[in-house]
Structure formats: C-alpha cells, structure tokens
Ligand binder design. Sequence first.
Ligand code: FNR
Length: 210
Amino acid sequence: MVSFDDTFRRQLHDLFVWRRDVRRFRTDPLPDGTIERLIEIACLSPSVGLSQPWRFVIVDDKTRRRAVIDDFKACNADALRSYSGERATKYAALKLSGLEEAPGHLAVFAEKTDRIGAGLGRATMPETSEYSVVAGICSMWLAARAEGIGIGWVSILNPERIHGVLEIPASWKFIGYLCIGYPQTECDRPELEQAKWESRRGPDEFTIRR
Ligand SMILES: Cc1cc2c(cc1C)N(C[C@H](O)[C@H](O)[C@H](O)COP(=O)(O)O)c1[nH]c(=O)[nH]c(=O)c1N2
C-alpha cells in the first residue's frame, strides 16, 4: 500500500501551479535516458481499454529537426496573417516554440488501429484514443517539472508535413511535438498571461450543475 500525506499533497499542488509550457530553454543537454524515462512515466497513464495508443518518436536527426523548425516557421507565419491590428502585433511578439534551443525533441502520435485493448471503450467514441495520448503527455509534463525539466508543446505545425519529415506510418495520428530541456526561468503564471495574450480564469467560469 502507498499513501500520500498532507505535505505531499501540498507539494503536488505546487507542482500543478508551477508546471509551465516552456518555450525558453537552456541549451545544455539532458542526462542520457531522460526522455526514455519520461516516456516510461507517460506509459503509466490511463488509456481507453488499456489500449496504450501512444507512440513516441525521439527526434535526434539534425536534418529532420531543421525540417520541423522550418515547418513551424511557415505555419507560424500563416497564423500571424490570420490576425490583424493589435492582436497581430501581440502575436508577432510571442515566442511560441523552443524548437531551436531545446536539447530534446519528441513527437507524439496516436495509433488508432492497433488491436491492443480490443476496442473496449472506443466504439462510440473513437477519439478516446487521442484523449489517452494527451493523458500520457500530461503525466510526462508534470513528472518532468518535478525534476526541473521543462516541456513545451508545439502544435503550430502541419501534421502531414510532420508525417513526411519523420516517415511515420499512415495509421499514426499526429498529437503533438514536444520540446524538452531545462527552462531558463521558473514562473507560477503562464507565459501567455505574462504577455497579456490571455489570462487564466477561475473554475466557476467553466463549471455548471445539472
Ligand atoms: C494541445 C496544446 C497545444 C499547444 C499548447 C498546449 C496544449 C495543451 N501550448 C501551450 C499553451 O499555450 C499553454 O499550455 C497555456 O498557455 C497555459 O500555459 P501553461 O501550460 O500553464 O504554462 C502551446 N504553446 C506554444 O507556445 N505553442 C504551441 O504551439 C502550443 N500548442
């Protein structure tokens, strides 16, 4: 049996508050095996029917990394064009990926056709495969922060191009691209809040009763 005391619960709460989406990384390398260990933690996460649909691609190859960075730049330029006025000025000033500096790159996919789990829980909601993979990413995100490692999720990418760059099986669905490394700074507020793009709102705004 394992039990958790108040001290642990307070620390866990601090972990939730202090986990950040990190875009500003130090360039020093991660100790060998760090990403593999974070993947192990992700694999402890809940998944629909225990289907474990997560698929991880550690991207070390410089040419592929460069192609991902180029894709980010193209997608980010497109995104900027969708804003105008003050929003466009603000958007242009945001740093929305740490792809250039982060020592670790990890692409995450969902395999929706695998027989693991025998389809349990997915018949009416096939999207639960993707939800399961996101649950895995969240575990990894928190576990990393507990060791002072930052993760930044990059979604400003073209999934088809990422598939091509990484030569990924067609049945894997792209979920997200993670930058992993040591953060330059720590903060208890999202960077988008600090940049006055959006602010974190209270749960009352998102909760109803029936
Ligand atoms: C699915 C998904 C996709 C993205 C993100 C998150 C998630 C969950 N976030 C990070 C996002 O901006 C961030 O989580 C919020 O701003 C809240 O900040 P903290 O994570 O609390 O620091 C994110 N950030 C960024 O700079 N570039 C990106 O492309 C994305 N994409």
